[in-house]
Structures are given as C-alpha cells and as structure tokens.
Write a protein that binds this ligand. Structure first.
Ligand code: NDP
Length: 269
C-alpha cells in the first residue's frame, strides 16, 4: 500500500500512521479492518512526513480533520517533543508512537504491546533477557523487560548507544560486547538488521534450553533470527503479535472502545 505526502493527505480519514518511509506499514490494513468490523466510518491512511517538516505537517493534518496518529521511524522522538500532554510512560521512554491531535497528548503503546506479545511466549519469570539493539523500539522493550523483572543485558553494534540507553532510562543492566545469548531466557532482536537485509549472527551457545526469542520485525525480515532460534528448538515469533497489541492499545486510547484484536490479526499477512 502506498502513502500520501502530508501536503496531499485527504480530509475524511480520522487516523493515520506517519513516518518516512511509511508506505510499507501494515497498520492501515489492520486499523481499517478494526473500524469496519465495528461499523465505524473512521478510516486510517499512511502519510509520509519528513522529519524536518514534522511541525507544519502535524498542523496541516490536524486542520484537515485527523484526530489520532501512529508514529514510526524516524519521528517518535519528535512526536514526544511535539506533545503538550505526553503521558508518564512516553516521557519515561523518551519517545512516543501514538498521538491525539485534538488534545495534543502522547503515549507509547510499543512498550505494553511488546509485554503482551512476550507473555504469549510464556518466558520463564526472572530469567536473563538479552536485548539486541538500542534504537527507539529497544528503549520501549528495555522498559517492559525491566518492569517485568527480567535481568537485562544489551548488545548494540554501537556500544555507546547501549550504555546511553541504560543511563537515560535509569535501568540496571549489562552492556555486552557481542550478540551473545549465553544464560538468556529471553532474546529480543530490536535491531533493523533484517529489514535492511543485513545479517546479525547471534551467538546462541549457552542460552537456556527453555529460552524464548522474538524479532520485532516481521515477515521475511524476521526469518533469519526466528529461523536460527527455532532450529535450536526455542519458542520464537516475529513482531506481528506486538504490532497487533500496540495497534489495539492505540485504537483503545483514541476511541475508548475495546479493539477487535482477532480481526486486526487476521487483517495482516
Ligand atoms: P532504529 O533505527 O531506532 O534502531 C535501529 C537499531 O538497529 C540500532 O540499534 C542499530 O544499531 C541496529 N542495527 C541496524 N543495522 C544493524 C546491523 N546490520 N547489525 C546490527 N545492528 C544493526 O529502529 P527502531 O528501534 O525504531 O526499530 C527497530 C526494529 O523494530 C525495526 O525492524 C522495526 O520495524 C521494528 N519495530 C517493530 C514494531 C512492532 O510493533 N512489531 C514496533 C517498532 C519497531 P546502531 O545503533 O549501531 O546503528
């Protein structure tokens, strides 16, 4: 599905996902299926917003009648800074992925969405979690893992970003110098290596036999990581469950109506 340029975004749909690029997003299919299933007339489109044009673009979208936005790469930090009323969770994580354009409020549904998806894999409570990556999504994941009581280890290609992540979020954790899953009960790939078609070779040796693994990417981009984990006999999934969970939480935050999660899951390939 393609995206509108923000200057060309039509009046009518009340919701959108903004990012750059954003044409690949599965959110329109998922959210439109929810609106249709509930007999609501609202619709959801993808809108490309270059980072340098964030402020004028949001002013234009609000004037056009958009009420709520999902925000993806590279705009999540700008979204938090734009909001007059960011909630405590988005402020703590330092990025927002969901906005209310009328109230100028912001939240982060990536973090609780990840927690819901991880719980579906039934990880062993209190085990060590290895987080790969230190970008915007990794910040949300790190908070969820720490709050769920996992001992955090983090590897990032650029180690200084991993150290900064822990420092800025005020989290206890160890920075690894290699993508090692040793002793891990949970392994999360929050890098965009797969999306870029680049290899990320996790050292699986020594991980717990009942470990679980999740790639935040989905589809073919997640196959190398999920495939490695499954070949070792681990329970593993891609990022679709998180995508649906964060989308359902955003839907509920905007509308106050319970989201039809099964419908949303079936709407994505
Ligand atoms: P960012 O651009 O903020 O961060 C990218 C991260 O990937 C950085 O840590 C970067 O390391 C690392 N990285 C990139 N290329 C490589 C490579 N070749 N080898 C090792 N590390 C690499 O992206 P986000 O945090 O926003 O997103 C990360 C992933 O999560 C994406 O695949 C995105 O689609 C997915 N995602 C899924 C969601 C869902 O609901 N399922 C929600 C949000 C994100 P460095 O710092 O060294 O550059």
């Amino acid at each position: 599905m393609s995206a509108f340029e923000w200057r060309d975004a039509p009046a009518g749909p009340a919701y959108a996902v903004i990012g750059d690029p954003v044409g690949h997003s599965l959110s329109p299919a998922m959210q439109n299926a929810a609106f249709e299933a509930l007999g609501m007339t609202d619709r959801y489109v993808a809108v490309r917003v270059p980072e340098a044009e964030f402020g004028p673009a949001l002013t234009r979208l609000a004037a056009t009648g958009f009420r709520g936005l999902n925000v993806t790469v590279p705009l999540k930090r700008a979204a938090l800074l734009w909001a007059d009323r960011p909630d405590a969770l988005s402020m703590r994580i330092g990025v927002a992925n969901t906005l209310n354009l009328i109230e100028r409020s912001a939240t982060n549904t990536d973090s609780p969405g990840f927690a819901v998806a991880l719980a579906e894999l039934s990880p062993r409570a209190g085990s060590t979690a290895v987080l790969l990556g230190a970008g915007g999504a990794a910040r949300a994941v790190a908070v969820a893992l720490a709050d769920a009581g996992f001992a955090l280890r983090i590897y990032n290609r650029t180690a200084s970003r991993a150290e900064r992540l822990l420092r800025e979020l005020g989290l206890q954790g160890e920075v690894l110098d290699a993508p090692s899953a040793r002793d891990a009960g949970v392994v999360v790939n929050a890098t965009s290596a797969g999306v870029r078609g680049e290899a990320l070779w996790v050292e699986w040796e020594g991980c717990e036999p009942d470990a679980v693994a999740m790639d935040l990417a989905y589809g073919p981009a997640a196959e190398p990581f999920v495939g490695q984990a499954r070949r070792l006999g681990l329970r593993a999934c891609d990022g679709k469950a998180m995508l649906v969970a964060q989308g359902a939480l955003a839907f509920e935050w905007w509308t106050g109506i319970p989201a039809p999660r099964e419908v949303m899951l079936r709407a994505i390939p």
